[in-house]
Write a protein that binds this ligand. Structure first.
Ligand code: ADP
Ligand code: MG
Length: 449
């Protein structure tokens, strides 16, 4: 067990209101940060991530409870932390070097020593040669590098970051993230622990040894687990994508208890290789509806062979439809009998719009590939993703023919459920027309918050 550096005990935050009521921002929470770990905190905006970070650093006082720094109340302890914010407020009238020296100067460090330390850290974060530049001459990515240098130059025992990469473009963020990870892993910096707030699931899975997911109203820890995938982490491995998918599910189902973690999260060898993607049965939504209606006529349950007979179907043609209906939770199969479920019954009895709705939630709930496509579209500013991207992931598991069939079925299901559209001429998954305006608003809110 690594030693605990910061420990929050039953910390709470609430804001007084003119009325009797108070706004509870953080419910009583226990949390500790130990030496050797990178902790990532995820949660919807307004769930209190920044508030929690400020309390853990000693920047803000909890309304109740206590934060301890090496087991001493934080208010009286000799705290050594730095914080990197989304936009780092650099002094525009100071050069890069002077900006980095500023916190050391504030600590009363002698000139030669603070210059030596500042130059060393500027070198480590790739700012060699930019010492004399002024912030306004730098790109956003370079400015954030200065932010990192200024945070790291004091050699903080714990480095806190609040969405440090979210104002940067994707490539710059990726670059800076891996450089930070390298400094940490090679122990170029003496920092003992890192606490990062983010709203980027992949970022959390790339960096963290431990991930905490907060829920809101009031802010509280919904789940807190270790990530044991070895570094360097590859976004394309099953362990990685399964964990991203798991967290996505937790975040999009704020009212349910988080399910058990996927087994493959360790990414350790041993045991049977897990199939990452389920094989989508090649069935059309219309066929599924037809089968369910027929089952209803048969009192909701019948032998699969007899159903095939009734439909004048070959069993091989019927099975994918049965499999698809089963995958979607519309029917169950035991000993050759197909039995319709309550959702299946509702589906068979509904009008087309309600059918689409039921199909949509069943598909999102049960089909990993569809969830990944939706998420990828949401993550892109132009709301479009090339088919090739998913082709490359699928063909690690399926033959070329099967990969194409999987994509065809996913496109079919996604279009029917209005989850996404597919632009066949550009071979890109795109957001369905009429949802665009609504989703754009959501995206803006998220960024504003
Ligand atoms: P996050 O960083 O997860 O987006 P914050 O920690 O910034 O969330 O805020 C959590 C909640 O606390 C928000 O709902 C916000 O409106 C509320 N809040 C923050 N500061 C105050 C304040 N001074 N008075 C009242 N409510 C506040
Ligand atoms: Mg915040």
């Amino acid at each position: 067990m690594q030693s605990v550096i910061i420990r929050a005990e039953r910390v709470e935050k609430y804001y007084a209101q003119p009325s009797e009521n108070r706004i509870q921002v953080i419910a009583p929470t226990d949390l500790s940060i130990a030496a050797g770990e990178i902790v990532a905190v995820l949660g919807p905006s307004g769930s209190g991530k920044s508030t929690l970070l400020r309390m853990l650093t000693g920047l803000s006082q909890p309304s109740a409870g206590e934060v301890y720094w090496h087991e001493k109340p934080i208010a009286t302890a000799d705290v050594n932390v730095s914080i990197v914010f989304q936009s780092f407020a650099l002094f525009p009238w100071l050069t890069v070097l002077e900006n980095v020296e500023a916190p050391l100067k504030a600590r009363g460090m002698e000139a030669a020593e603070r210059r030596r330390r500042s130059l060393k850290i500027l070198d480590a974060v790739g700012l060699d040669g930019f010492q004399a530049a002024y912030p306004k001459e730098l790109s956003g990515g370079m400015r954030q590098r200065v932010g990192f240098a200024r945070a790291l130059v004091v050699e903080p025992e714990v480095l806190f970051m609040d969405e440090p990469f979210s104002a940067l473009d994707v490539l710059t963020a990726e670059n800076l993230r891996s450089e930070l990870l390298e400094l940490w892993q090679k122990k170029t910096i003496p920092t003992q622990a890192i606490f990062i707030v983010t709203h980027n699931i992949e970022e959390a899975v790339l960096l963290a040894d431990r991930i905490i997911v907060l829920g809101r109203n009031p802010g509280r820890v919904r789940t807190d687990f270790k990530v044991t995938i070895p570094h360097p982490r590859d976004k394309k491995t099953a362990a990685f994508t399964q964990l991203v998918d798991y967290i996505y599910k937790v975040l999009t189902q704020p009212d349910t208890q988080p399910p058990a973690l996927p087994e493959a999260r360790t990414g350790k060898p041993g045991g049977a290789p897990k199939q990452h993607y389920q094989m989508l049965p090649h069935a059309r939504p219309g066929g599924i509806a037809g089968l369910l209606e027929l089952l209803l006529d048969h009192n909701g349950k019948d032998d699969i062979y007899r159903l095939a007979d009734d439909l004048a179907f070959e069993i091989d043609d019927l099975l994918p439809i049965v499999d698809a209906a089963q995958l979607l939770g519309f029917l169950t199969v035991t000993e050759g009998d197909a039995a319709i479920t309550p959702t299946g019954t509702e589906y068979a009895n509904s009008e087309i719009l309600r059918q689409k709705e039921l199909f949509r939630s069943a598909a999102v709930e049960n089909v990993l590939l569809l969830r990944q496509i939706i998420r990828a579209i949401e993550a892109k500013s132009d709301r479009s993703v090339p088919e090739e991207f998913f082709h490359d992931m699928l063909d690690e598991q399926f033959s070329e023919d099967e990969t194409l069939r999987q994509l065809e079925t996913a496109i079919n299901w996604g279009r029917y459920a209005e989850l996404f559209d597919f632009d066949a001429s550009r071979r890109r998954f795109i957001q369905p027309e009429k949802l665009t305006a609504e989703n754009d608003n959501q995206a803006t809110e998220e960024i504003d918050a």
